[in-house]
Design a protein around this ligand. Structure first.
Ligand SMILES: [Zn+2]
Ligand SMILES: [Zn+2]
Length: 176
């Protein structure tokens, strides 16, 4: 995902990339994984240039397979991440005077030289879009903490007479 500045015309340009399922493996090394990509990661980039400033709009799409954080069932979902980023030339530190970082710089990235490489930027954005924990559905009942049965599919005997201490607190609080 490299572009030479001179190859970005004033009127802008678009580019689409298709990355393999293992594109982010290196970035995720050593992390506990609860998901995997089951489709290529499609990245659509739209670049425009104003002087030395480049506006990058990126949209990444992929299908991801997860293990539910509550019931451990495998399920898949589509993932889309969309970002806009402003790229500016890295301030030359040989320049006299100070560089003032305003709030705007929070969403601004810098580039050096005559070429920009958007690979790690887009990778970051995809990683940010991945939730830390995913649930197969909002109301997933999870596994029984006692017998381990999947409570979405079956009812176990453990629940009889067992009151979740958190619910107990809620109940007391409510009807005091
Ligand atoms: Zn679940
Ligand atoms: Zn049980």
């Amino acid at each position: 995902m490299q572009f030479r500045l001179e190859d970005i015309p004033q009127e802008g340009r678009e580019a689409t990339f298709s990355q393999g399922e293992n594109w982010l493996d290196e970035r995720l090394q050593g992390e506990e994984r609860t998901f995997r990509f089951i489709s290529p990661i499609t990245v659509h980039l739209s670049l425009s240039k104003l002087g030395n400033t480049i506006l990058v709009k990126s949209r990444a799409e992929a299908k991801v397979e997860w293990s539910c954080a509550r019931c451990l069932e495998i399920f898949s979902l589509g993932l889309t991440s969309e970002y806009s980023t402003i790229l500016k030339p890295k301030p030359g530190f040989s320049l006299q005077g100070e560089v003032v970082f305003t709030r705007e710089d929070v969403e601004t990235e810098f580039y050096e030289g005559e070429e920009i490489d958007l690979t790690s930027l887009v990778q970051d954005q995809v990683l940010l879009a991945l939730p830390q924990k995913a649930l197969c559905r909002e109301e997933c009942r999870g596994l029984c903490p006692r017998c381990g049965k999947n409570l979405n599919r079956e009812v176990c005997e453990c629940a009889v007479g067992f009151v979740d201490p958190r619910l107990e607190i809620l109940r007391k609080g409510k009807f005091k």
